[in-house]
Design a binder for this molecule. Structure first.
Ligand SMILES: Nc1nc2c(ncn2[C@@H]2O[C@H](COP(=O)(O)OP(=O)(O)OP(=O)(O)O)[C@@H](O)[C@H]2O)c(=O)[nH]1
Ligand SMILES: [Mg+2]
Length: 303
């Protein structure tokens, strides 16, 4: 206790890891209360390690939302998986998110090994509990996890149920070192506006395309011009990269409809996030194998 009778404040980093599509980004957004990372029903949505910052009277947790583990087939995907696995090294604690309705696979096995070697405290979050018909259905998995990882608490929850978050935070805060917040209390992410813009455009591409197309698409902000005068517009030019000529018409749509819908939705959201009028110019470009191109990946923060 401090002189004032309050427990000391804590602050630190928590890596949020797990297989792709289990709900890591949904959970981080939910706890932070803002959209840190885009969320889609498709796997491999998150491509970079993104920080989501949660601050309250007890202190501050900087969550590292990471790309989901999967079998990588391109340079980009290998970088994603590597970044996720490496994220567990430099943090104070790890939040391993599992899907209560899914099977244990190779990705889980690999992560278990990595976490064992890293030696950080781990909390196992069993997510998507709302999708079970009865909560008891999770008991066998919970028992297996408790048996295999003694000392790692297992917390069942739904990332869509904010009422489940305080119990999780009660498990995480004691794992952090004592200290003052690292970031200002009103900051919820340290992403640059450019990166937020690229991610928001990508979310709307994911929402309007299917099969391999979203995964073959990348968004590169070519220019981001601040308004010249008070109340002016931010002008953002984005290249939407696809891998094959045949994907271009899919993204553009009949009479340009699809690209227009992506632009309209992304612009509305960017206006809200940036707090000013936005002009968004999207161009579709064919860049064969951009996911193997170290230079382009670097420009997108993916290498
Ligand atoms: N019903 C239900 N759906 C969830 C829950 N958590 C996430 N989802 C949904 O699951 C899908 C994937 O969620 P994401 O948050 O993008 O998953 P992720 O783990 O970040 O995925 P990657 O970034 O690809 O690794 C989305 O459609 C979410 O709405 C949950 O607790 N319950
Ligand atoms: Mg994600």
């Amino acid at each position: 206790m401090t002189a004032g009778g309050h427990p000391p404040r804590r602050a630190g980093f928590v890596a949020v890891v797990g297989r792709t599509n289990v709900g890591k980004s949904t959970l981080v957004n939910g706890i932070v209360g803002e959209k840190v990372a885009i969320v889609t029903p498709k796997p491999q949505t998150t491509r970079n390690v993104l920080r989501g910052i949660f601050t309250e009277a007890r202190g501050q947790i900087v969550f590292l939302d990471t790309p989901g583990l999967h079998k990588p087939r391109t340079r980009m995907n290998r970088t994603m998986v590597k970044a996720a696995l490496e994220s567990v090294e430099g943090v104070d604690a790890v939040l391993w998110v599992l899907d209560a309705t899914a099977l244990w696979k190779e990705e889980e096995e690999r992560l278990a090994e990595r976490l064992g070697a890293a030696g950080r405290p781990v909390v196992l979050a069993l997510n998507q509990m709302d999708r079970l018909r009865r909560r008891e259905e999770a008991l066998p998995l919970m028992a297996r996890l408790a048996g295999r990882f003694p000392g790692w608490p297992v917390y069942p929850l739904s990332a869509l149920a904010p009422g489940d978050f305080p119990g999780l935070l009660d498990l995480l805060f004691p794992l952090l070192p004592e200290g003052e917040p690292l970031f200002p209390p009103d900051l919820y992410t340290d992403q640059m506006e450019r990166q937020l813009a690229a991610e928001i455009v990508r979310e709307h591409v994911f929402a309007r395309t299917r099969q391999e197309v979203p995964h073959c698409t990348g968004v590169l902000v070519e220019s981001f011009e601040e308004p010249r005068a008070e109340g002016g517009k931010v002008v953002i030019r984005c290249a939407v990269l696809v891998e094959r000529e045949s994907q271009k018409p899919i993204l553009i749509g009949r009479g340009g409809q699809t690209l227009k819908a992506i632009g309209t939705a992304a612009r509305a959201e960017l206006k809200r996030v940036l707090g000013c009028p936005v002009e968004l110019r999207l161009f579709v470009k064919v860049r064969p194998d951009w996911r193997e191109d170290a230079q382009l990946l670097k420009q997108m923060g993916l290498a």
